[in-house]
Design a binder for this molecule. Structure first.
Ligand SMILES: [Fe+2]
Ligand SMILES: [Fe+2]
Length: 263
């Protein structure tokens, strides 16, 4: 068994890791955690979107939402296949979890966990209107895109390869969000609801990035599974959202870092 130090040296030398390579325990644990986070998020995300195939405003949009659902299920499948390659019994894992679970409307979370699966906790919030659905594409798919950017250069080669097409599809979801965001902002009938939705969803998405200088993130960076600190990614994301929000004539919502709030 390779030691943790020897393994980090390999990563630092630019070596890519394959599923059948010897891995340090530290690497296997960190990798499994990140893969599970993405797999569970993709599946829970898809389940949250399914009702919006039926509720989409017109037949063209029903096709687009169905396509997005298919993309997310395929992303989950691709991620679970990577976990199966690492020896996980994927089918029994999926059966143990309730990916439909959503918390009641009107509640807010910071970093709490509500289920045993490893979904990003934005997927605990219910999508209750077409505006919510659009804001999910506009804010959350964009946030996921920023987070996954590092994975395009991951030390784990099978993930890096699999992520290329996933990343392209996530960018298509962002384009869907951007198109509708501009449309809803341009109409006086929908502009107020869009601003209210933005005020609700933006802080929630800002919370998904994790604390600055978190030790867990530093371990991922050391192992080549991430490149940047959580907060660096968050600030890049924030700037991109701000440009779009101001260009659409809306106001940037406030976000108070939960890790600085005093109880
Ligand atoms: Fe996805
Ligand atoms: Fe997506």
């Amino acid at each position: 068994m390779v030691t943790a130090e020897e393994f980090v040296e390999k990563i630092n030398a630019g070596e890519k890791i394959e599923a059948n390579n010897d891995m340090s325990e530290e690497y296997r644990t960190a990798l499994t955690n990140l893969l599970l986070q993405q797999a569970d998020s993709e599946l829970a995300g898809a389940y949250g979107y399914i009702p919006w195939i039926e509720k989409a405003p017109d037949i063209h949009e029903k096709v687009l939402v169905a396509q997005i659902v298919k993309d997310e299920i395929r992303h989950a499948y691709a991620m679970f296949n990577l976990l199966a390659e690492l020896g996980m019994d994927v089918e029994s894992y999926i059966k143990q979890h309730d990916y439909h679970f959503r918390m009641p409307s009107g509640q807010e979370l910071t970093s709490e966990r509500l289920t045993q699966d490893k979904r990003v906790n934005i997927f605990y919030y219910p999508i209750e209107s077409w505006t919510d659905f659009i804001l999910f594409n506009f804010l959350m798919d964009r946030g996921a895109g920023h987070q996954l950017e590092d994975t395009l250069e991951s030390s784990y080669a099978p993930w890096m390869r699999g992520l290329k097409s996933i990343f392209k599809e996530e960018m298509m979801h962002v384009v869907h969000g951007d198109t509708w965001f501009k449309r809803l902002a341009a109409s006086p009938d929908t502009k107020v609801e869009l601003q209210e939705g933005l005020n609700k969803w933006y802080p929630r998405v800002m919370n998904i990035f994790g604390r600055p200088n978190a030790p867990g993130c530093q371990t991922y960076v050391k192992l080549g599974l991430k490149k940047r600190d959580n907060h660096v990614v968050r600030m890049e994301y924030r700037q991109e959202v701000e440009e779009k929000v101001l260009a659409a004539g809306l106001t940037m919502p406030e976000w108070i870092p939960y890790y600085e709030q005093k109880n």
